[in-house]
Design a protein around this ligand. Structure first.
Ligand code: ADP
Ligand code: MG
Ligand code: ZN
Length: 474
């Protein structure tokens, strides 16, 4: 019997707010331990949480970006548990009335399009961080109370690669939307992986096994590459899987049992009595919806259709938004956007890196790159000369036509002048001329190269080829 994997992901993302979710402490990574704390996020008795409005806005904005509906009534709940890094002994979260629900993420996978449905994206708060030293342990509460969004997917993923691709697509969306910087190194994105297996064709899901607290997407992929075959081997050997929580050992490359269903927590959820339900008005929602941006996939498709770019070029622009914005600005007047894209991606980007120039300080004026392309396309300069003109444009900000004029770089298309050069080259290279007449095509390229050299790269290469051939054949 063949088995297939079923995967659902719970992705936790820190929201990009200035302050924490229920107090005014800074939401900031890397501050000295316990310096961004106050009675509220330390869970001292008698304090009251006050919701950070930007946290609410980013939650709803995420809902829009993930095609979710936004219920008109949402509320907060207490999830109770005792753990040293959770100073209140409960986490404020959204249990049965989340702020967003029923969405989806479309992404490119395995040469086609895939869709993963989003169950919900609800707002909660991060906990502190435990540190274990040689003789003692410590807790840093700087992270406690940082707004955290939990994005729960339906079990629509079927392989480790698909899970990995989905996570990257989700991350790109969140970065584009300004929801989170998604810096994995700083723990801004963490993931619980739920995975089961079932015989191909069976409708019911197998026993759900949850791998907790993954902090890298490649770790998720590796954990699934271990866990899926493990589960299949168990059922193929006649064993039975039951619901459990496992931990990923990144060094050992294995998952190991943390707790079985019997040991599962009972969180005793109840409505948070210190916070009002969240009932956004139409005007408030409208304001948030104005922050919706074009998503990476839509941008890629638009760059391919509107500018005729091949997929890799469009992807380059998707991954570099400032460069893409620059391209769109300069290409507004271009007849040949594809060629302009080549200049931006290949030449401009290299120059920026080489000279350490920020994009904002580029001297080339918006219409100048299309003009340079037009000079090449119109046969005014060769593409080789265009490289020199580009270097000059980058260095001085001068217009390409002015540079061509000043330096006398215009391509020579005067047949008389080219004929003379060809005669000279043929006379100086009788052996190659002989070779060509004897049928060695490569000899023509050599002669052509000599003519170009003699013209200092300015002769129209097409004309040179034609004239040489005619002269050699006559
Ligand atoms: P819990 O309440 O224990 O967190 P949920 O039913 O809410 O469980 O599901 C949590 C995550 O697990 C979701 O992403 C969901 O898609 C996924 N999931 C649920 N059942 C299965 C299953 N049998 N196999 C794989 N993933 C599952
Ligand atoms: Mg869970
Ligand atoms: Zn605080």
């Amino acid at each position: 019997m063949e088995y297939e994997a079923v995967i659902g992901l719970e992705t936790h993302v820190q929201l990009k707010t200035k302050s924490k979710m229920w107090c005014g402490c800074a939401n900031e990574f890397g501050a000295p331990p316990n310096t961004n704390v106050c009675p509220v996020c330390l869970g001292l008795p008698g304090v009251l949480p006050v919701a950070n409005e930007e946290g609410l806005r980013l939650t709803v904005l995420t809902g829009y970006l993930l095609n979710c509906s936004i219920p008109s009534f949402a509320k907060f709940d207490r999830k109770n548990y005792f753990y040293p890094d959770a100073p209140k002994n409960y986490q404020i979260t959204q249990y049965d009335k989340p702020s967003t629900a029923h969405g989806f993420v479309d992404f490119e996978f395995a040469g086609g399009m895939s869709r993963v449905r989003i169950t919900r994206a609800h707002l909660e708060e991060d906990v502190g961080k435990n540190f274990h030293f040689a003789r003692n342990s410590g807790v840093d509460f700087n992270r406690a109370g940082v707004p955290l969004l939990e994005i729960v997917s339906e079990p629509d993923l079927t392989s480790s690669d698909m899970a990995y691709t989905y996570l990257n697509a989700l991350k790109d969306i969140l970065i584009y939307g300004g929801i989170s910087d998604c810096d994995m190194e700083k723990g801004m994105v963490r993931c619980d992986v739920n995975v089961s297996v079932r015989p191909v064709g069976q409708k019911e899901l197998g026993a759900k096994i949850e791998i907790k607290n993954m902090n890298s997407f490649s770790g998720v992929r590796r954990a699934l590459d271990y866990e899926i075959p493990r589960q299949i081997a168990v059922v193929k050997a006649g064993g039975k899987l039951s619901q459990e929580t496992r931990r990923w050992d990144d060094v050992g490359g294995i998952t190991e049992l943390m707790r079985s269903k019997e040991q599962a927590h009972d969180y005793r959820y109840f409505p948070e009595p210190d916070l009002m339900p969240f009932e956004p008005t139409a005007a408030w929602l409208e304001e948030v919806s104005r922050r919706v941006v074009e998503l990476p996939l839509a941008r890629k498709q638009r760059f391919m259709t509107a500018y005729g770019l091949p997929a890799p070029d469009a992807e380059t622009f998707v991954n570099d938004v400032p460069l893409a914005d620059y391209f769109e600005q300069v290409t507004a007047t271009a007849k040949n956007p594809k060629a302009v894209a080549n200049w931006v991606i290949n030449n401009l980007r290299a120059k920026l890196t080489e000279t350490g120039t920020p994009l904002a300080e580029v001297k080339i004026k918006p219409a100048d790159l299309p003009d340079l392309v037009a000079l090449v396309d119109g046969g005014k300069i060769s593409s080789k000369i265009a490289q020199d003109v580009f270097a000059e444009m980058f260095a001085t900000g001068e217009a390409p036509a002015a540079i061509v004029e000043k330096k006398g770089l215009a391509q020579v298309s005067d047949t008389g002048a080219i004929e003379k050069l060809c005669d000279e080259v043929i006379a100086a290279n009788p052996k190659s001329a002989e070779d060509f007449r004897a049928g060695k095509g490569a000899a023509l390229n050599f002669l052509k190269g000599q003519v170009m050299k003699l013209s200092k790269g300015k002769a129209n290469p097409g004309l040179v080829g034609e004239i040489l051939e005619r002269k050699l054949q006559s």
